[in-house]
Design a protein around this ligand. Structure first.
Ligand code: 1DF
Ligand code: MN
Length: 353
């Protein structure tokens, strides 16, 4: 790692999976291929034998030498690790709760061995909201994790449903963010995407995740939990481009009392998206939208991410390095925003444990 740089590169959306969970994915696809066509399409591909799948999966379970070598080659000082999408959210409730604990223990072990290189987010099972809140608390308090990852819908359900709000309550109380990571669209939505191969990272991920984020906003989650912070990947899943129209239409809909589920909020939708949301550059190594996101959300709310191992393209770091922004803003993008949002001051597992 070049030590002469005036900043550390911290990558905030980096995936891993314990072998046990990949095995459970395999079993589920074989046993119930029509349970969730998006999942079967996505993990059916990545657990298959194409060169891309093999290349990605050869790195997925590693929290040691392979990953560190790749990080060194690309100049990534630290990865903030999270269980790959769809996490445990595809499983039945009991399996999901148990595998979330297993995954977080696996992750904490990896971090304990390299506390200066890795930090992590807790996998949780929204299927059982109380258990999810408890596991988030265990992850943060006992394992030293820095927040939670939720891979968008859980078996077709979204976190704006108040039955999930104890998860938000726990995150707000612990003062940690929730990373709202993509998932493929749920069965009720995926048909038109799948027919043309648009269900995954190419576009369907962003449609699904932006929808989920907006459901959380218009449901009033941030009026109830004003300090809650959500992190979105992929430069905000296109939402920063939409702020003007979302505000205009939301105001018009509320004024017309058009939908029983759409209530007046304390702030404009765009204000929540600017004050309760941060975005990362995962998968979006492209100067125009990075500068646009910084201009709309502010330079304090855009964080670097690579999306390793799905998008392990060493040249992409050069795009971020070459952005026409000040050195001070580059340090925010690469390092200090992540340190603030994920409270990385105390990286690794608490010394007292
Ligand atoms: C892909 C991309 C897969 C992302 C992911 O998890 C993922 C992909 C299954 O390229 O198929 O996290 N991503 O965040 O862009
Ligand atoms: Mn990702």
């Amino acid at each position: 790692m070049p030590s002469s740089l005036p900043f550390l590169r911290i990558a905030a959306e980096e995936a891993f999976a314990p072998p046990e969970i990949l095995g459970q994915y395999r079993k589920l696809i074989a046993a119930e291929p029509s349970l969730d066509p998006g999942f079967t399409s996505l993990m059916g591909f990545y657990l298959g034998s194409s060169p891309r799948a093999v290349q990605v999966m050869s790195r997925m379970t590693d929290l040691g030498e392979i990953r560190l070598r790749d990080m060194d080659e690309t100049g990534i000082a630290r990865q903030i690790l999270s269980l790959t999408s769809p996490g445990v959210q595809i499983f039945d409730a009991a399996t999901a709760v148990s595998l979330a604990g297993l995954s977080n223990d696996y992750l904490a072990d990896g971090i304990r061995k390299h506390p200066d290189r890795f930090a992590g987010l807790a996998a949780i099972a929204p299927q059982t909201p109380a258990a999810a809140a408890k596991e988030l608390e265990r992850g943060v308090r006992r394992l030293g994790l820095k927040g939670a990852i939720v891979n968008s819908h859980t078996r077709g359900e979204y976190l704006d449903n108040p039955k999930f709000w104890e998860i938000f309550e726990a995150a707000a109380a612990l003062n940690v963010p929730i990373y709202l990571h993509p998932n493929t669209p749920p069965p009720a939505m995926i048909g038109p995407f799948l027919e043309r191969g648009l269900d995954g990272a190419i576009f369907g991920f962003a449609v699904e995740t932006a929808l989920h984020m907006l459901r959380i906003v218009v449901a009033g989650v941030f009026d109830r939990f004003p300090r809650l912070q959500i992190v979105l990947g992929h430069l905000g899943e296109a939402l920063p481009y939409w702020l003007f129209r979302i505000d205009f239409m939301h105001r018009a809909m509320v004024a017309a009392n058009r939908y029983p589920g759409v209530k007046k909020l304390e702030r404009k939708p765009s204000e929540y998206l600017k004050e309760n949301v941060c975005v990362t550059t995962s998968g979006m190594a492209w100067e125009p939208p990075i500068l646009y996101a910084q201009s709309v959300l502010g330079v304090d709310r855009v964080l670097y991410a690579m999306d390793y191992p799905y998008q392990f393209v060493p040249e992409e770091v050069k795009v971020t390095d070459g952005l026409p922004i000040s050195e001070a803003d580059k340090k925010k993008l690469y390092q200090t925003n992540a340190e603030r949002v994920f409270s990385l001051g105390s990286m690794g597992v608490e010394a007292s444990l």
